[in-house]
Design a protein around this ligand. Structure first.
Ligand code: PMP
Length: 406
């Protein structure tokens, strides 16, 4: 089992105080805190390895390039991709999805062609397709959820048609915690010759992902949600797709030769990496992946599940509690409302007790519409959280409820 006391020492910020109270940081779905080794790596990068990558003949540039390319190999290994050229560095999940929506859309989608998403998508996996819709007249179809807020698989399957070109769905819902059966969906989609993009923003920090075992065609995630730095993310894509897709942005690095008459593009992965990459952060992301794997994703999963069970049991004892997301397979996220207390009031008052939760629509407004609510309060857990912190959350919710006469 995990040595939580020792793990917590790696994250000084979670031992800080707000309003004179110990911070209880339960907003890990939005971003995770960074262990010292990641912070040190960023400092080390700027102190000792800072020169622009790929273009220099001098020592420091080659050194920075080697570190950056090793980081790519580390991500390849982490996701078990076939080759490191299938790993594209981006700014995050959002940019990765936009890249696919633009470039896959450019190559493979025409007016009337369809993409299937779900009712639990983050805005980044909806609006990116709406931009393509505005540009090319594609059609967005969306699969609904059942009463436990799991995907209605029959409905999803019924959305497939002759015009379906891609399924793009989240692995784990950032609001509900629902873990989607992506392997099953990928197998079904492939039986119809339809590729699948998996949004792994909320899955990679909590469960083991093997892109070859899943056989997904694209997989995307953000560094900052997996204990890495902001500003860096990943797009994994199968070479067979990426090779056929046009560049997303033009600039340095993504070209082989440029003239005013003819420009030729670079090979993978550089074709999709215009401009100077965030090479200090890619290296620190690799350190974050080392850190997570040293703790062990199996142990992380088990411990976080324990936190989730504890929190769920405690929440069920709170009068007026409504939990959104009751999937059989669920990651450690609790979205809730109590009575008719506005989510914003609950969040503000918990904050005054030192408890950081997120409130609102969580960038998933269509999901809020389908649930018939405006927003929720969301507590999202990490392996550095404890049952004592959940007890504080529960006591805080009870205190706020009492203030509202419940
Ligand atoms: N998809 C999901 C499921 C998410 O939870 C998030 C972040 N909340 C995103 C996409 C967007 O990630 P980012 O803002 O890091 O690009």
């Amino acid at each position: 089992m995990l040595d939580i006391n020792s793990i917590r020492k790696d994250f000084p910020i979670i031992e800080s105080t707000v309003y004179g109270k110990p911070l209880v940081y339960l907003d890990n779905g939005a971003t995770t805190q960074k262990p010292l080794c990641v912070i040190d790596k960023l400092r080390d990068g700027y102190l000792h390895h800072n020169a622009n990558v790929h273009r220099g003949v001098h020592f420091l540039s080659q050194d920075a390039t080697d570190l950056h390319e090793s980081a790519r190999q580390r991500v390849q290994q982490f996701l078990n991709a076939r080759e490191s050229a299938e790993i594209i560095f981006t700014r995050g999940t959002t940019e990765s999805i936009n890249l696919v929506a633009y470039s896959f859309g450019e190559a493979f989608m025409n007016e009337g062609d369809e993409v299937i998403v779900t009712d639990m998508e983050h805005h980044s996996n909806i609006v990116s397709w709406q931009l393509l819709q505005a540009r090319k007249g594609i059609v967005i179809r969306h699969a609904r959820l059942n009463e436990l807020q799991e995907l209605d698989l029959e409905h999803l399957q019924s959305l497939f048609s002759e015009r379906t070109r891609l399924v793009s769905l989240t692995h784990v819902s950032n609001v509900l915690g629902t873990v989607n059966p992506v392997k099953k969906i990928i197998d079904y989609a492939h039986s119809k010759n339809v590729p699948v993009l998996v949004d792994g923003a909320q899955s990679v920090p909590h469960l083991k992902v093997d892109v070859q075992a899943l056989d997904c065609d694209f997989f995307v995630f953000s560094g900052h949600k997996i204990y890495g730095p902001t500003g860096v993310g990943v797009l994994y894509g199968k070479r067979e797709w990426l090779d056929k897709m046009p560049p997303y942005q033009g600039g340095g690095e993504m070209i082989k030769t440029v003239s005013f008459e003819v420009t030729t593009f670079n090979e993978l992965p550089y074709k999709f990496e215009a401009g100077t990459p965030d090479f200090i952060s890619t290296v620190a992301l690799a350190t974050a992946l080392d850190y997570v794997e040293a703790i062990g994703l199996d142990d992380i999963m088990e411990y976080e599940h324990q936190l989730l069970t504890f929190c769920t049991d405690e929440f069920h004892k709170i009068p007026g509690m409504r939990i959104f997301g009751n999937a059989h397979e669920k990651s450690a996220v609790m979205s809730f409302l109590v009575g008719d207390i506005h989510h914003y009031d609950m969040g503000m008052l918990l904050d005054k007790l030192g408890i950081a939760v997120r409130t609102g629509h969580h960038c998933a407004e269509p999901l809020m519409h389908s649930l018939g609510i405006l927003g929720t309060v969301r507590a999202s857990f990490s392996f550095y959280n404890t049952e004592e912190e959940i007890e504080k959350l529960v006591a805080g919710i009870r205190r706020v409820s009492k203030m509202f006469g419940m």
